[in-house]
Design a protein around this ligand. Structure first.
Ligand SMILES: CC(=O)SCCNC(=O)CCNC(=O)[C@H](O)C(C)(C)COP(=O)(O)OP(=O)(O)OC[C@H]1O[C@@H](n2cnc3c(N)ncnc32)[C@H](O)[C@@H]1OP(=O)(O)O
Ligand SMILES: O=CC(=O)O
Ligand SMILES: [Mg+2]
Length: 529
């Protein structure tokens, strides 16, 4: 690793990648350093608060609404008006920040493209820097790409899809840039660099900049985002409130602070989103020591399971009361080539998922693949003739603490157990190889979906007393045997990440045997990138 000398206190680590000098000029580095010095102590304190809260959950406490913020929940207030470009968000496509993906997504008929530095990105230095280059070119309208087969890609002149960027979550460091010897936060790096390069141009077009904020756990974390954005607005000469945010409610603690999160960002927030996959992961993580709330295998945890149904409906009620969008989430099915029946069944599942969302009152939804846009759009066009449905107040929804954390019934089958191991190893291998989103067994898998399998394996093995539906105990003999079989079989499979299978299996073994559930799979994995 070569270190590149830069302005005082700032160091770049690792081999320089194409486009790095353009993305990280001195002025951008100075801005990042200033952000780090100003805001990193607060970020560290918030991460420590997460750990302290989890320790209380581990000791038996249950999450609940906060007593000290009752006045925020009870008072009548609304979020700032939503800009024209974000009024209608019925279909949002998401995807990692590689060049072809960005062009295809912005050329799609989706209302929004969420360019993702988070769940669907493996944060190699090259991917993070190239992602900034690609987005800068996309905003400038000059992005183009030629594939290995010679296919040319460019933005359509009439492309109208609105860009929203999702930076990494507060927990993730960017180790290739240190300030005074400490890694900068991935969140600050992604958001600030994107704003530095594109804010003026987007603002001039009434297009933002707009952001999706992931994995928040508390209103204080939202308040920190608000401070960061206000600071950047001043530095970049934008009116306060120009940067708009949509917050993913994808952790269990956050569902108890939805009003508070909207309130903390009320000058700039336009909606909340049901990030269902991380939410399921967070439910498992929060209750990792609670044997009475162990979830069944992943295939049995659909959005109609009580704790998920109540969460999504309360999100709609909360948002609409405050004048904010209540965005739905991602169905994991993707088109299946070469098997018409399987494809029809997968598309029907997506359609039913979107139908449930629009009928419940969501204002829009996510798709993982362009082939799903017509399905989602068809359903929302049919049931939502207006740009959004904020007038659906859902005052009928009663979601108290107990319903939001309700235990689930179901089973753990042998194939469900094996599937968790198999998907985790395949996904981790791809991630270590630089791919953050891959199709596995015809489903979209990203960091959030993989976390479910990883956390379940740990919990099933550590909470005690778990058995498969055939009566076999879930123990380390079973796990080690399945892991060895999977790791032995996979190298034959011709998958992305094939060369990292052994490393992925070793990491899963280590994480699953550890006495404590690691907070995020991506933290130990990042050390190996
Ligand atoms: C839990 C969460 O956080 S959800 C949000 C994070 N997850 C995502 O964003 C999912 C993004 N989706 C993807 O990465 C991909 O769709 C995958 C990995 C699931 C499947 O990818 P592939 O197997 O390559 O799909 P497939 O071969 O069918 O792609 C067909 C075409 O659609 C394009 N495409 C696929 N997905 C997307 C997308 N999300 N956005 C734009 N274009 C896309 C491909 O680039 C390809 O283009 P081409 O014909 O010009 O070559
Ligand atoms: O980010 C989305 C999720 O479901 O997790
Ligand atoms: Mg997520």
């Amino acid at each position: 690793m070569a270190d590149t000398p830069t302005p005082s206190g700032i160091a770049l680590h690792g081999d320089a990648v194409a486009g790095q000098d353009g993305v990280l000029p001195g002025a951008a580095l100075e801005l990042l350093a200033e952000l780090h010095r100003r805001f990193d102590p607060a970020r560290q304190a918030l991460l420590a608060a997460r750990a302290a809260r989890q320790a209380r959950f581990d000791a038996g406490e249950l999450p609940d609404f906060r007593a000290d913020t009752r006045n925020i929940r009870d008072a009548d207030w609304r979020v700032a008006p939503i800009p024209a470009a974000l009024q209608d968000r019925r279909v949002e496509i998401t995807g990692p920040v590689d060049r072809k993906m960005i062009i295809n997504a912005l050329n799609s008929d989706a209302k929004v493209f969420m360019a993702d530095f988070e769940d669907s990105s493996s944060p190699t230095w090259a991917a993070m820097v190239e992602g900034q280059v690609n987005l800068r070119d996309a905003v400038a309208g000059t992005i183009s790409f030629t594939s290995d087969t010679g296919k040319q890609y460019a933005l359509r002149e009439d492309a109208r899809t609105v860009l929203i960027v999702r930076p990494r979550g507060w927990h993730l460091p960017e180790k290739h840039l240190t300030v005074d010897g400490a890694s900068i936060s991935g969140s600050l790096f992604d958001l600030a660099l994107f704003a530095f390069h594109n804010a003026a141009s987007l603002h001039a077009k009434d297009r933002g900049p707009y952001f999706y904020l992931p994995k928040l756990q508390a209103m204080e974390e939202a308040a920190l985002w608000d401070e960061v954005m206000a600071f950047l607005e001043v530095r970049l000469g934008l009116p306060i409130g120009t940067m708009k945010a949509t917050v993913l409610i994808e952790t269990l603690p956050a569902v108890f602070e939805m009003d508070e999160i909207l309130h903390a960002l009320r000058g700039r927030i336009v909606g909340l989103n049901c990030g269902r996959w991380d939410y399921i992961f967070s439910y498992i993580k929060t209750f990792r020591r609670h044997a009475d709330r162990v979830l069944p295998e992943r295939s049995q945890i659909g959005m109609t399971v009580p704790f998920l149904k109540h969460y999504s409906e309360l999100l709609i009620k909360t948002c609409h009361r405050r004048g904010a969008h209540a965005m739905g989430g991602m169905a994991a099915q993707i088109p299946i080539a070469n098997d018409a029946d399987a494809n029809a069944a997968a598309m029907e599942r997506v359609r039913n998922d979107k139908l449930r969302e629009v009928k419940n009152g969501h204002d829009g939804t996510w798709v993982a693949h362009p082939g799903l846009i017509p399905i989602a759009q068809g359903v929302f066009d049919e049931y939502m003739p207006t740009p959004n449905q904020h007038s659906t107040l859902r005052e009928d929804v009663v979601a108290d603490r107990d319903t939001l954390i309700a235990p689930s019934t179901g089973s753990i089958t042998r194939s469900g157990f094996i599937n968790n191991v198999d998907v985790c190893v395949r996904y981790l291998a791809a991630w270590l190889d630089g791919l953050g989103c891959v199709p596995i067994h015809h489903l979209m898998e990203d960091a959030a979906t993989a976390e479910i399998g990883r956390a379940q394996l740990w919990q099933w093995l550590h909470v005690g007393g778990q058995v498969l539906d055939d009566g076999a105990p879930i123990d380390f003999v079973l796990f080690d045997d399945v892991l060895a079989t999977v790791a032995h079989r996979l190298p034959e499979s011709g998958l992305p990440g094939q060369t990292r299978i052994d490393e992925a299996a070793a990491l899963l073994g280590e994480l699953t045997h550890a006495d404590t559930l690691a907070d995020f799979l991506t933290l130990p994995a990042y050390e190996r990138l």
